[in-house]
Design a protein around this ligand. Structure first.
Ligand SMILES: [Zn+2]
Ligand SMILES: [Zn+2]
Length: 144
């Protein structure tokens, strides 16, 4: 698998008021086909690149939307109050990790997915090639 070294370390919302700067390597890039990620992103699936939260600096004012999850935890999305871009998020199950929207980095092509999840909801035209896939979470059955 291709690995990108020296990736651009800053991501920003559409208007630039909300930004993050990351230190260290990403832990994973995940494409999620679940209904909530579809709605959050407004696309066929949502993508997130995950870092240790302690390695991420948050700059600018964010608004927070928190929703319950299927597993009884909560999931919080942080978005720019001016332009509405969802820039980062975390779940109460593991709040030490933060997901950042890969498309908000300058070189968004540096983050191809390491796995896809909730493939039960995947639209037929979407293909992730030979990237590992899971029916739901990565603790459960594989689809690829
Ligand atoms: Zn903005
Ligand atoms: Zn999802």
């Amino acid at each position: 698998m291709r690995r990108y070294l020296g990736f651009m370390k800053e991501a920003q919302c559409g208007c630039g008021a909300l930004r993050v700067q990351v230190e260290g390597e990403r832990e994973a890039v995940v494409a999620c086909n679940c209904t909530d990620c579809r709605r959050r992103s407004g696309s066929a699936f949502g993508m997130g690149v995950y870092f240790q939260r302690s390695a991420v600096k948050f700059i600018g004012e964010a608004r927070e939307y928190t929703r319950p999850t299927d597993s009884g935890n909560t999931f919080s999305t942080f978005f720019c109050p001016t332009c509405g871009t969802s820039l980062y998020w975390w779940g109460s199950r593991d709040p030490s990790r933060v997901g950042v929207a890969p498309g908000c980095f300058e070189a968004s092509e540096q983050f191809p997915p390491d796995r896809s999840v909730y493939d039960v909801n995947k639209q037929d035209w979407v293909s992730f090639g030979d990237v590992p896939g899971f029916e739901r979470g990565r603790d459960g059955p594989r689809t690829r």
